[in-house]
Design a protein around this ligand. Structure first.
Ligand SMILES: Cc1ncc(C[n+]2csc(CCOP(=O)(O)OP(=O)(O)O)c2C)c(N)n1
Ligand SMILES: [Mg+2]
Length: 317
């Protein structure tokens, strides 16, 4: 892999991890409230998938801070959103699960598991109709593959040969429920096989994820219809800040952490370069926290903004 790209993947992954630890810290102090799902352990997957799918529309799950940053959204705008500040990427209205930025073709998270999949299908239909070539990618967890919206989306995407990459991040858990209790197989690609080609990749290996997603984008761009990519990953923290992760043994967690994606990327870099990137990432995160802390709260007078269009408001008054 090209050295500059490797450095970028490493930098963004380290930035993602530092961001998540800072978010955790400021959740504990009460500056961030609501739900907070951390991506620690899976940053390499998030970064590599966004860099590989550089152009095109992206719909994601709620565990999305690192995805958003890797997509190009400034960390300070993401942190301010977590703090509920008006300077946040969604003006402080969405919080952690609703980062939204059309200028980066990032339509963000959805608190409803799998709820974004039909939206991604609709977008893929529109992009095909418009003759746009980059296609659409939907990122979701293994748990989302147990819902009806997932099967409906597979079905119509395949029937209409839509340019849609289904990217499943299989960390084998939906909150505290291990996959084998709620699905008949560990690899969720089995569910997609009747509908479309499937690819499996080690989600803890960012370079492998990068190549798999790049090929998947090529597949949809060339008009071959949808494709399903499954990346096996490992989250190091509990499901959210309210989950103490008590259902996983120390042994299971140790096996998880031995596959660390940041360490894998670092192994390919000059140690001095890696150290400089570590420091740069920490500085950016510190600045993001200061920006978020110092930003103003949203104005209560704007509470009803974005609920009705101007026209609808008039129609009702
Ligand atoms: C339709 C729906 N059902 C249940 C929930 C509650 N819930 C929130 S997160 C989650 C687990 C989803 O797991 P997965 O898709 O594997 O994603 P991960 O958290 O592992 O990234 C559940 C069941 C929800 N938000 N939406
Ligand atoms: Mg999961």
């Amino acid at each position: 892999m090209d050295k500059l790209l490797l450095e970028e993947l490493y930098y963004l992954s380290v930035l993602g991890r530092a961001f998540e630890y800072a978010a955790k810290e400021h959740y504990m102090t009460g500056e961030i409230s609501g739900f907070l799902h951390l991506d620690i352990g899976q940053e390499g997957f998030s970064v590599a998938s966004m860099k590989a799918f550089a152009k095109g529309d992206v719909f994601t799950t709620y565990r999305e801070h690192v995805l958003a940053i890797a997509r190009g959204i400034e960390p300070k705008l993401v942190m301010a959103e977590l703090f509920g500040k008006v300077t946040g990427i969604s003006e402080g209205r969405g919080g952690s699960m609703h980062l939204f930025d059309p200028s980066h073709f990032f339509y963000g998270g959805d608190a409803i598991v799998g709820g974004h999949l039909p939206n991604a299908v609709g977008c893929a239909w529109a992009r095909k109709y418009q003759g746009e070539e980059h296609g659409v990618m939907a990122v979701f967890g293994d748990g989302a593959t147990n819902g009806g919206a997932f099967f409906e989306s597979l079905n119509i995407a395949a029937a209409q040969k839509l340019p849609l990459v289904f990217l499943c991040e299989n960390n084998r858990y939906a909150i505290g429920t291990r996959i084998d209790r709620v699905a008949p197989f560990e690899k969720q690609a089995e569910k997609a096989k009747p509908y479309m080609p499937t690819v499996e990749v080690d989600g803890m290996d960012p370079i492998a994820v990068y190549h798999a997603v790049q090929k998947a984008q090529q597949h949809v761009s060339e008009g071959h219809g949808p494709i399903f990519v499954e990346a096996m990953t490992c989250r190091y923290e509990g499901h959210s800040m309210s989950d103490a992760n008590a259902y996983r043994s120390t042994q299971e967690m140790n096996i998880c952490k031995q596959q660390d994606p940041l360490e894998k990327l670092k192994a390919g870099l000059d140690p001095e370069v890696a150290k400089a990137l570590d420091e740069k990432a920490q500085k950016v995160v510190d600045e993001a926290v200061s920006f978020a802390a110092e930003s103003p709260e949203p104005d209560p007078a704007d509470l009803k903004k974005h609920i009705f269009t101007e026209e609808t408001t008039h129609a009702l008054s």
